[in-house]
Design a binder for this molecule. Structure first.
Ligand SMILES: C=C(O[C@H]1C=CC=C(C(=O)O)[C@@H]1O)C(=O)O
Length: 461
């Protein structure tokens, strides 16, 4: 990695083209500057005019948002996903030419993306635009952090490129993106929604409880799908705006690929890295919110003492602790979970803090943690085999890690739940439940209905 103090885009590009000539490489040039404050969602909307795919990531609790536009480089893998991606990422960073005088996480060279829940599964046509793994290093990126905004431009440069022409083109697109309209378009209404095979799903839940008893499995997570048809094409920026307003304590994300967009508001952190500090969280065990404060507290207390939910939660805690032991030291896990309140639901929550051992990266942790028992089950292989054989939906990227990492060893990944795939005027929403031996199909079905709410309530005008 070459870090330069250069501040002119053209001279940075000249340097990069020179490097390309000398080393016979195609390095990434990355330049970050602080800009005046701009609403990230308006920037996302303005980028629609560019016809480039957009990416959105916001940690609503941390006041941290990144919006990516276009792609300077796409890291794509169908199999052998994490090792292959890590090797390419390291090479890109080694060759990169960077100007980023800020310590701000999420600026400079950043890869945003995700992966499918199950790479061994044949993809259905629904997810045709989503490879088993895809990370994008955006061409243009807006980062909002602690009341300041930064603009990063990334571009891959070849030996025959012309610095002045490139600089001109980048500048023109930058002006277009920063020239936001000041308002978001209205969303279309919901025309109709349709449940996909609810009776069969309840039957599979019953079958899973029998299987758990007969095959000494502990837990299997089963997901289902709900279709939404809108009166016109969805407006993703407006959907994101409503999600950031209505879903505090969540990661709001959007990954657009060839026009299709995977959108969600997940409360479930998989892992956060800040140099050597890592934080994972266990989120499993669910109850609704109460209508009054007293009822809410009563439901929360009974969730904390409910044997079935505690068992479901403890599987996750045990597995995350064990996985972290492979790559981390000083692992700190509280004895008891606490309540994590969301708008429509409350969950059992246990944070896991640790220190990353020398030589390991966030990729290692993701590879080991996914799928946690909150999305797969226990034991992992038995539950995955059951899901592969009996679940009727193609989960695609639902239930899998999505997030970002940067060149300064910062990054954060969530598990993509409370999410859906938007395609024009249609959306496929996904929700699942942890099934244990005493689960009741009807109660689990109701729980998935609540889990559809975050997405369902923001789609439609
Ligand atoms: C699979 C989902 O939630 C998981 C995360 C938290 C709590 C869960 C539960 O209590 O069943 C699930 O394991 C989903 O929302 O689609």
């Amino acid at each position: 990695m070459i870090e330069v103090s250069e501040t002119s885009l053209q001279s940075m590009l000249e340097k990069a083209v020179n490097e390309a000539k000398i080393n016979h490489t195609s390095p990434l040039m990355s330049m970050t500057k602080e800009i005046k404050k701009i609403d990230p969602i308006l920037f996302f909307e303005a980028a629609k005019k560019s016809a480039m795919d957009r990416t959105f990531w916001s940690s609503t609790a941390d006041n941290f948002t990144v919006v990516g536009v276009g792609s300077a480089y796409d890291l794509i893998a169908e199999t052998n996903r994490i090792e292959q991606t890590e090797a390419v990422w390291k090479k890109l960073l080694d060759e990169a030419i960077i100007h980023n005088p800020y310590e701000t996480p999420g600026t400079g060279i950043l890869a945003l993306g995700g992966m499918s829940f199950d790479p061994t599964k044949q993809k259905s046509v629904l997810w045709k635009n989503f490879p088993h793994l895809a990370f994008t290093i955006p061409k243009f990126m807006l980062t909002e952090w602690e009341d300041a905004c930064y603009l990063t431009m990334n571009i891959q440069v070849g030996k025959d490129d012309h610095p002045l022409q490139l600089a001109d083109k980048l500048k023109r697109t930058e002006d277009m993106l920063l020239n936001t309209s000041g308002y978001l378009p209205e969303e279309p209404d919901i025309d109709k929604t349709e449940e996909v095979a609810p009776t069969e799903w309840k039957r599979t839940v019953k079958y899973a409880t029998d299987f758990i008893k007969e095959h000494s499995a502990d837990k299997i997570v089963l997901a289902r799908e709900r279709l939404v048809r809108l009166t016109d094409e969805a407006v993703v920026s407006t959907t994101l705006n409503k999600l950031t307003d209505t879903q505090p304590n969540s990661y709001v994300f959007a990954f657009e690929r060839a026009g299709d967009c995977f959108v969600g508001a997940s409360p479930e952190r998989l892992v956060k890295q800040d140099k050597n500090d890592v934080l994972s969280t266990c989120l499993a065990g669910t109850a609704p919110r109460g209508k009054t404060k007293a009822e809410d507290a009563r439901i929360g207390t009974s969730l904390l003492h409910d044997e079935k939910n505690r068992r479901e939660h403890d599987f996750v805690v045990k597995m995350i602790r064990q996985s972290m032991e492979n790559f981390c030291s000083s692992i700190d896990v509280p004895e008891e979970p606490v309540i994590y309140p969301l708008k429509n639901l409350q969950h059992l929550y246990t944070p896991v803090n640790a220190t990353l051992k020398e030589g390991y990266s966030i990729f290692d942790i993701i590879g080991e943690l996914h799928p946690t028992p909150a999305l797969g089950g226990v034991p992992r292989n038995k539950s995955l085999a059951f899901i592969r054989e009996h679940e009727r939906v193609d989960r695609g990227w639902y239930g899998a890690p999505v997030g970002w990492l940067d060149s300064n060893r910062n990054g954060e990944f969530a598990v993509a739940i409370r999410s859906g795939l938007i395609q024009g005027n249609q959306a496929s929403l996904f929700a699942g439940c942890g099934i244990v031996k005493d689960s009741e199909p009807e109660a689990e079905y109701e729980e998935t209905n609540i889990k559809f709410m975050p997405m369902l309530s923001v789609l439609g005008g």
